[in-house]
Design a protein around this ligand. Structure first.
Ligand code: GLN
Length: 285
């Protein structure tokens, strides 16, 4: 108890270069209110838009919003934010959550990227397939059963059991879990005509003895894979198991969909709880 109480000021940034950053800030505020009714400790949250390196440095945790990963990557590159972001995620290893375009940026490898026009931050040992479900007009909503939301959730039994209504807009899926290697995903450099944009930051975590562990599948979208045209990549997925749409590895969490557009704060509440734990560990160790 004492150690948790030690952490009372937490700053969470939302990368605000392009996309749905404001929606995340609103939902984070809602989530913090819900948390304050669950906790005995008075906590001061700061939710802040991040555009510069000093702003990033002030953050304990970061969200990368949905939007357009090519645009976010381009603006990040022009404003010299790519390397600071890679440091934040892969060296300092602070809690980071990417939604949709944010998930793409946090992947170590991505398919169907804009050749010569897109860079990744990396941090999740996965390959994502961009625009997996097709174009904007093929956007859809789906009820997801996300097991992590019911673990220890006391928001009320009806609420925590109800499925999470998720919005998929030109969403990526995780099409492959990759083995962790220090540095670049070399094996990913050329797979047929797949365009891959590997991260360039040398991963220091291994050298520093930080165990990144396996990529954990946190959510799937059942019943879609079978209905999709199977090409070489989607054919590797188990159609029964569904498409992987939420993953976590060490400090990094990624979702294909947009919880920030639904007004349902449950994932934000859950993630802020993870942030509290991580910040607490960091500040007391
Ligand atoms: N397809 C977009 C991209 O590649 C992601 C879409 C989204 O974030 N809604 O960046």
């Amino acid at each position: 108890m004492g150690s948790i109480e030690g952490v009372t000021n937490i700053t969470v940034g939302v990368l605000a270069l392009q996309g749905a950053f404001n929606e995340h800030v609103q939902l984070l505020r809602q989530a913090a209110k819900i948390l304050s009714t669950k906790e005995t400790v008075e906590r001061t949250w700061s939710f802040t838009e991040v555009r510069t390196e000093p702003e990033l440095r002030s953050c304990d945790a970061l969200i990368l919003p949905g939007g357009e990963s090519t645009a976010i990557s381009l603006v990040a590159q022009r404003s010299n934010m790519l390397e600071p972001l890679r440091d934040f995620v892969k060296v300092t290893r602070k809690p980071t959550w990417g939604t949709c375009a944010g998930l793409i940026l946090l992947a170590e490898s991505a398919n169907r990227t804009k050749k010569g026009g897109q860079e990744l931050i990396g941090g999740l040992d996965v390959r994502v397939n961009r625009n997996h479900f097709g174009r904007q007009i093929e956007s859809f909503e789906a009820d997801l059963n996300l097991p992590f939301l019911s673990d220890g959730d006391d928001l009320g039994s009806d609420k925590h059991r109800s499925p999470f209504r998720a919005i998929f807009i030109r969403a990526p899926i995780v099409e492959k879990l990759l083995p962790h290697v220090a540095g670049e995903q070399q094996g990913e450099a050329s797979i047929g005509d797949t365009i891959v944009a590997p991260s360039r930051t040398i991963d220091e975590s291994v050298a520093r003895g930080i165990n990144l562990g396996e990529v954990e599948i946190m959510g799937t979208l059942p019943g879609r894979a079978a209905a999709l045209k199977t090409d070489e990549n989607t054919g590797k997925l188990d159609a029964e198991a569904g498409d992987i749409i939420a993953v976590r590895q060490a400090n990094v969490f990624g979702t294909s969909f947009h919880p920030e557009l639904t007004g349902d704060p449950r994932i934000h509440v859950w993630w802020l709880e993870q942030v509290i734990e991580a910040v607490n560990l960091r500040r007391t160790s």
